[in-house]
Design a protein around this ligand. Structure first.
Ligand SMILES: Cc1cc2nc3c(=O)[nH]c(=O)nc-3n(C[C@H](O)[C@H](O)[C@H](O)COP(=O)(O)O)c2cc1C
Length: 206
């Protein structure tokens, strides 16, 4: 891990059980892999048998300022290994509870892809709830652990995206991650939007 040449160290906890079949996450991940002061941690690659090394994961978290959970939405939730990771890694008296201050003050957000279009995520839409509502469990775990939960980066309608559209989303993701690393990110402005990639020009400080 680099010394503190940059303002922030970013940890991407990446969870996709079939990366070889991925169209979107593969490209998003490819756009951020080489950024300095960013660690991409593919948990399905590390733990195909679900045997998570808790001490290693906690060390990675401790060494980071900003944590991103990147995953395809599966049944309105995180993929199974990311749920297992949350259950095992975010332990009592370490992440929360008496003396559990390891994550306090860090930032957390989700970078999600969804098969369904954005319009289907609304009160009157097919999925009945917004993406923000489906993220309440992650938002609440962030709060209990003393972390600042940011709006998500969301790519909707993955099945109908063209290659240029996927590349454009990946460029936005890269710009966002670099801005966060360099503290060129307006947190207050971001909180007003439902997605970090809704108005990139308003959240990234030039
Ligand atoms: C098991 C499973 C569950 C899924 N559940 C949802 C879902 O709840 N909502 C949704 O919009 N898309 C859902 N999808 C579609 C995925 O989110 C979509 O295939 C993925 O975001 C595409 O990203 P990729 O190209 O990186 O694989 C599901 C797909 C699978 C395989």
């Amino acid at each position: 891990m680099e010394s503190n040449k940059y303002e922030n160290h970013i940890l991407i906890i990446f969870a996709h059980p079939a990366l070889q079949k991925s169209r979107v996450n593969k490209v998003l991940l490819g756009a951020v892999r080489d950024i300095e002061s960013v660690t991409v941690h593919d948990i399905y690659e590390f733990y195909p048998d679900f045997h998570i090394n808790v001490a290693k994961e906690q060390k990675l978290l401790k060494d980071s300022d900003i944590i991103i959970f990147q995953y395809p939405l599966f049944w309105y939730n995180v993929p199974a290994l990311l749920k297992e990771w949350q259950d095992l890694v975010l332990t009592h008296k370490w992440a929360y509870g008496k003396g559990g201050i390891a994550l306090r003050g860090k930032k957390l957000f989700c970078a999600i892809t969804t098969g369904a279009r954005e319009s289907l995520y609304s009160k009157d839409g097919f999925n009945r709830f917004t993406i923000q509502e489906f993220l309440h469990p992650v938002s609440q775990l962030a709060r209990v652990c003393g972390m600042h939960f940011l709006p998500p980066f969301v790519v909707h309608g993955t099945h109908s995206l063209t290659e240029p559209e996927i590349i454009s989303h990946s460029e936005d993701y890269r710009k966002l991650v670099i801005a966060l690393r360099d503290n060129k990110f307006d947190l207050e402005a971001a909180r007003k939007f439902k997605r970090l990639n809704e108005h990139m020009d308003k959240v990234i400080i030039r």
